[in-house]
Design a protein around this ligand. Structure first.
Ligand SMILES: [Zn+2]
Length: 452
């Protein structure tokens, strides 16, 4: 019998309404007891968790693991190890792989591959439309049967309203939501950064905030009519948040996520970091960042998701652009050639290994409680993915993240377990990180060995 005793930790389990110092006993992969004091059973390994948080395992509903198809960026193996190092016990892997996850064989490949790896658990996200082409829906029943727990064409918006309506009805009949990448491409114009000060200073095409909010307006109207649950991925603008609030009052069943980069950075970061601060949706204005902070505080935003999007330097056009950007350098006004290169640079940044540290700043700043943070990073994601996780009650699967909330560390991309290094957080000092990541009672990441 395998036993594991975590002593004197602060157990933060919003789903059980628990926040206090407890001992937690794990036995045979499950939570066996949570009590103010437990004697160590014979043969049990014991960990002194004084000063540490013991939380239900963190869950990220939005990651790109690039497998199958792009081993130069990430693989299921490197991605799940990076997830474990970031404190995640479960991640939902988006469908824009090559081939696209639009048929059961791909879903089964992802699950089989992940089971061979001693790290975080993978939950496959099925595409909504075949080849993400927006013309024909996938076989929702077959994809759910193969193991998909969420549906999304993420990376690309679903443009066809009728297809979206049909897809929402089918996914909802199976009990699953659709996660929507909200972008009206006739308004975003393939913009490289947010339309405003940053796009003007760089001399590149701007991506307007209406490109997101106008599409959210359409999609929430469709979802309300269909009485279907929808999830808004990486919400980034003040108007989008106002729309979500208004449509909830009308009865729309909508959840939403925000990424750490959208609450931690504004569009001025693109002036320093160039392609490593380029993503879709882009970093927004200070006003939007403030609105996101308020929406985290008032509960409009349900969860935090990394949108982990690894890219190799070639895809980011770093050979051409790297020399133009950097800390301490004046923001360049790009030549037409450089602006074109910048526009072609792939969108996205890695996030699995910085997400928790950036999110903990919300607690350190006093914006939200520790319990609310764990709810946003575990209980709420578990509900969206229909997982029996995100809670630490007796009998639950022992997926646990032990967090040191106070340790200070510096983001060093060269030490990431992810294969990619594309981050605008290089050199940033963060406070707090995962110390132990436990999946079904087994340690899959042990940060005590690599203390800062
Ligand atoms: Zn997206």
């Amino acid at each position: 019998m395998k036993q594991f005793l975590l002593k004197f930790g602060r157990v933060i389990d919003p789903a059980s309404n628990r926040d206090g110092v407890f001992d937690v006993l794990l036995r045979d992969g499950r939570v066996s007891a949570v009590e103010p004091q437990l004697p160590a059973p014979e043969g049990a390994r014991s960990v002194d968790a004084r000063g540490l948080w013991i939380a239900p395992g963190l869950i990220d509903v939005h990651v790109h693991l690039r497998d199958p198809g792009f081993p130069e960026k990430e693989t299921i193996s490197t991605g799940l190890r990076a997830a474990a190092a970031g404190g995640f016990t479960t991640v939902a892997a988006m469908a824009n792989t090559s081939p696209v996850n639009d048929r059961p064989e791909i879903t089964r490949y992802m699950i089989d591959r992940s089971r061979a790896i001693h790290a975080a658990t993978l939950v496959p996200v099925s595409a909504v439309s075949k080849a993400l082409a927006g013309a024909e829906t996938v076989d929702f029943e077959a994809m759910a049967e193969a193991g998909a727990q969420l549906f999304s064409d993420d990376g690309i918006p679903v443009d066809d309203s009728r297809l979206l309506k049909r897809a929402l009805e089918r996914a909802n009949r199976l009990g699953f939501a659709i996660s929507l990448h909200e972008e009206d491409r006739s308004l975003s114009c393939n913009g490289a950064v947010n339309a405003g000060d940053a796009s003007r200073r760089l001399g590149v095409i701007g991506y307007s905030d209406e490109a997101e909010s106008e599409r959210i307006r359409r999609d929430l109207t469709i979802a309300l009519e269909a009485n279907a649950a929808v999830h808004i991925a990486h919400v980034s603008t003040a108007e989008s948040l106002d729309l979500i609030r208004a449509m909830r009052i009308k009865g729309a069943r909508v959840t939403c996520e925000v990424t750490p980069h959208h609450f931690a950075l504004d569009d001025s970061a693109a002036l320093t970091w160039g392609p490593n601060a380029k993503m879709n949706p882009p970093l927004r204005s200070r006003r939007d960042v403030d609105a996101i902070g308020a929406a985290i505080e008032d509960g409009t935003i349900d969860m935090i998701a990394s949108d982990h999007a690894p890219h190799d330097p070639q895809s980011k056009h770093m050979d051409h652009l790297a020399g133009l950007f950097g800390p301490g350098m004046a923001a360049p006004h790009l030549s037409a050639d450089d602006a074109a290169e910048f526009a072609r640079a792939a969108n996205g940044i890695v996030g699995l290994e910085t997400s928790l540290g950036l999110a903990l700043a919300l607690v350190h700043r006093g914006l939200i409680s520790a319990s609310r943070l764990i709810s946003m990073m575990s209980a709420a994601p578990a509900r969206l993915l229909k997982l029996n996780r995100g809670r630490l009650a007796v009998g639950d699967t022992a997926d646990i993240t032990v967090i040191d909330p106070d340790v200070e560390w510096t983001v060093e991309p060269d030490r990431f377990l992810s294969k990619s290094r594309n981050t605008p957080f290089r050199g940033m000092r963060l406070k707090g990180r995962a110390l132990l990541t436990i999946v079904a009672g087994e340690i899959v990441y042990d940060g005590r060995k690599s203390a800062a």
